[in-house]
Design a protein around this ligand. Structure first.
Ligand code: ADP
Ligand code: ZN
Length: 616
């Protein structure tokens, strides 16, 4: 539907942006989208997390007559979303299964009376005849379908109810619809258009780059200790998420962090739902809490001030990795995506795929995705470039972001052909029936301990390859084997419990027809020290004190209003206040994130905090 010969002028939109939300300008495609939807057009919006999707429907909902209906599967978040809007003076409510009959009836009455600007609804609720009737009797400004990728049947977040949302088009043909997602790939996009009948919608695709996130992938030595060092050095007292593969590891890691003085909580699907909800609620509200979780945690974690996302285990795909790391830094302030990764991860994931009950197609797709993930880990290229290219976003051939780990400390590569040949012969001579630990022991000529015994038992000390690789330490062999796995020069045996075996590509290497270049093995892989000074303008000591006082004040205000701290003000807003030290209400109003309602509610208190902090 072409409709941008606007009946709603753009000036009204920008006025609302400034007055209600306290932001001075639209970002990226926001202005265009707001204009298009305000004037009745359908839209499909693909933007990365944190780019500002919400405003794309919130402002049109305020500009158009009637209530904007937001469909979202994330019912746990609706309360906070509604609270945040209330803080801005926007009339919002939600309908989902957490409401009592009386509460729901009251919301329905408000909808009928035209007293709401925005209504958040769970999809199954919206699809009920009762709710559809209610909306037919009311005036609907627009439908926003959030997390629209949930309609994709092969996606990881598939929700069957989403498919039925096409009914909106049939029952409300004149109401504009805007579907939004942070999932980028073309197949998902096509599925959204098809299933939600958005053929006439204008499609807005933003860059998926998250410039405020710094990517780092470090070699796994002692993962927990590395994590602790990383948190202490870079994120003391800040919020973060640590992802682990297993429930057990989640529990252990959370306990370890707590023993070491880091405020941490576990979260996984094996915990009872009340504890899980309690932990999630604490995380959303707390100011400096680390959540240690399996990937069961996170879908729709809207907390803007997550300063780091750490992976202690290798994710299964780049999609998963990008989505999980994307939960860091939604507020646009500097944030870290940090991961430790080792040989064991590769072997374990390859085995999990091989041993799964899934059909061959699924296994093949999973393997390809894992290989892409490994490619990212072993890359000597800029990590960001790799990520963007994976999502079909082209970059200049010499593009370097300048602040991921490989940009900051480019790994050298060396000709590893001879070492790899030794490895391949060793695998071959031992019958392709042993795991990496045994193969390394043979290569290094170990005679002691358990490995030594096993070697004697199999008479592998009689082989010509015994000890031919003594020039490398075990750590170095691990790095080498890992890279060979990533390159496909060797593979994990599907039938033999994690044994490593040769592949079609091995032969060329063994025959000397193919050279193998690998990342340097000896270089100690350290976490890149923060280059915050360039990444983030530093506060001086007075400003820092002011920032700390503002955070303390915010905590009190949040408790008083029973909302998460960020609902009062985002870190970025407090930081800007600390930097600029405004001394009047007018000066405060110029700060990004302070709209009319918040100025009225908190302006004087803020000025007091600023004044007092100057005198400490
Ligand atoms: P998404 O839903 O795309 O992940 P959000 O809508 O939650 O992102 O927005 C992310 C953050 O960016 C929020 O803190 C929001 O208030 C802020 N934001 C959005 N648009 C703007 C803008 N035009 N100017 C300043 N901040 C903005
Ligand atoms: Zn880079």
């Amino acid at each position: 539907m072409e409709s941008s010969i606007g009946t709603v002028p753009q000036q009204q939109a920008i006025d609302l942006l400034r007055r209600i939300f306290g932001y001075s300008e639209f970002r990226g495609a926001q202005a265009e989208i707001v204009d298009h939807v305000s004037n009745g057009g359908d839209a499909l919006v693909l933007m990365p997390t944190g780019a500002g999707k919400s405003l794309c429907y919130q402002i049109p909902a305020l500009l158009r007559r009637g209530v904007g209906v937001v469909v979202s599967p994330l019912i746990a978040l609706m309360q906070d979303q509604v609270d945040a809007l209330a803080e801005l003076g926007v009339r919002a409510a939600f309908l989902n299964s957490t409401l009592s009959g009386v509460e729901a009836a009251s919301v329905e009455r408000q909808v009928r009376a035209g007293e709401l600007d925005l209504l958040y609804v769970a999809p199954e609720r919206l699809l009920s005849e009762r709710c559809l009737n209610l909306l037919e009797q009311s005036r609907v400004a627009l439908f926003a379908i959030d997390e629209a990728h949930c309609v994709a049947q092969w996606g990881h977040d598939f929700r069957p109810e989403y498919i039925q949302l096409s009914i909106l088009h049939e029952r409300f043909p004149d109401v504009p619809r805007i579907a939004l997602t942070a999932t980028a790939d073309a197949q998902t996009r096509a599925e959204i258009v098809e299933r939600l009948q958005l053929h006439g919608a204008r499609v807005y695709v933003s860059s998926f780059d998250r410039p405020n996130i710094r990517y780092q992938i470090v070699e796994k030595l002692n993962a927990r200790k590395q994590l602790l060092d990383f948190i202490r050095a870079e994120h003391d007292g800040e919020c973060g998420i640590v992802y682990c593969l297993s429930r057990k590891k989640v529990e252990e890691t959370a306990a370890f962090l707590m023993e070491n003085g880091i405020d941490a909580l576990p979260y996984h699907a094996g915990m009872d739902s009340i504890t899980r909800q309690k932990h999630q609620a604490r995380f959303l509200r707390a100011d400096g809490l680390v959540m240690v979780a399996t990937i069961a945690f996170g879908m729709g974690i809207d907390k803007p001030d997550v300063r780091f996302v750490a992976h202690l285990d290798l994710p299964k795909s780049i999609e998963g990795y990008y989505q999980e790391t994307g939960r860091a830094g939604r507020d646009g302030m500097p944030a870290d995506a940090w991961m430790t990764y080792g040989l064991q991860d590769v072997v374990q994931l390859r085995r999990m795929i091989a041993e799964s009950e899934a059909d061959e197609t699924f296994k093949r797709v999973s393997s390809v995705k894992l290989d892409a993930m490994l490619g990212l880990c072993e890359s000597a290229d800029c990590r960001r470039k790799r990520l963007l290219n994976y999502f079909d976003e082209s970059t200049a051939s010499d593009y370097r972001c300048g602040y991921c780990d490989t940009c900051l400390s480019p790994p050298a590569s060396f000709d590893a052909t001879v070492a790899v040949q030794k490895l391949l012969s060793c695998i071959y001579r031992t019958g392709q029936r042993f795991g990496a630990v045994h193969v390394m022991a043979v290569l290094r000529g170990d005679v002691g301990g358990q490995s030594g015994e096993r070697i004697k038992q199999w008479q592998h000390d009689q082989l010509s390859v015994f000890g031919v690789g003594h020039e490398y330490s075990e750590t170095e062999w691990r790095a080498l084997i890992r890279q060979c796995l990533a390159l496909g020069v060797i593979d994990v045996d599907h039938d033999a419990y994690g044994a490593i075996k040769l592949t079609d590509d091995s032969r060329a290497v063994l025959k000397g027809e193919r050279k193998v270049m690998l990342r340097e093995l000896r270089k100690p892989v350290r976490t890149v020290k923060s280059s915050r000074k360039t990444f983030d303008s530093e506060l001086n000591s007075v400003q820092q004190r002011c920032f700390d006082s503002l955070r303390d004040w915010r905590l009190g205000a949040a408790r008083q209003h029973n909302v998460p701290a960020y609902v009062i003000f985002h870190d970025g807003t407090l930081r800007e206040i600390a930097l600029r030290q405004p001394d009047s209400l007018e000066a405060l109003q110029a700060i990004s994130g302070i709209g009319a309602k918040k100025l009225e509610a908190y302006g004087l208190e803020l000025l007091k905090v600023i004044q007092v902090s100057e005198t400490i």
